[in-house]
Design a protein around this ligand. Sequence first.
Ligand code: DX5
Ligand code: ZN
Length: 227
Amino acid sequence: MGVQISPSILSADFARLSEDIAAVGQDADWVHVDVMDNHFVPNLTLGLPVVEAILKSSPLPVDCHLMIEDPDRWAPAYAEAGAASVTFHVEAAHAPIRLARALRAAGARAGMALKPATSVEPYADLLAELDMLLLMTVEPGFGGQAFLDVVLPKVRRARQLVRDGEHRIWVQVDGGVDAETIGRCAEAGADVFVAGSAVYGADDAAGAVRALREEAEHATQSSWWAT
Ligand code: DX5
Ligand code: ZN
């Protein structure tokens, strides 16, 4: 698949979501939608009705990142609504295998997210059930936070697990990804890059997406894992 860029609308204008998504429609691969419930994370964003409205108007497939309690109960509806990728947090899931299977059965790619302090190794055997692993590079909850370099060794180990198991999983990073940090993420093993403030904080959102892609592709070429 190569490098994929998923701009996060958390940093967009919530009163102009369709325009802000259309602005990156030619250049991005996905639109990343952060669902927060004010319980799993100390912030509240949007839920299924807004995601349904986005699905109707978005030129890009929707990459839904659920930062919510009890995803076992709530996540399948996002897949049934038509989100092409639905990611739940393993810290919140009661039965991650059953949930991943339910997401796939509903036609979505199944993603599993890990907070910065959650290790990937205990989940090595789950990778066959997943289409994407999301490694948070900030504590989930807010845009515009500083990138946590401390997560990079985990990105590397996750990529190694994916290679060892010959899995076809994407490794996504989310949080503090910008022109300065994206190269380190790509070099470590990420191939899907979420960026909120680096895209929507820029004067030219589409140009920012293109610049991020260029940086990531450049770093991937010289990486240990993509050769
Ligand atoms: C944070 C969200 C991110 C957020 C990233 O919990 O999951 O998707 O939008 O924002 P930036 O790119 O500004 O760190
Ligand atoms: Zn996110």
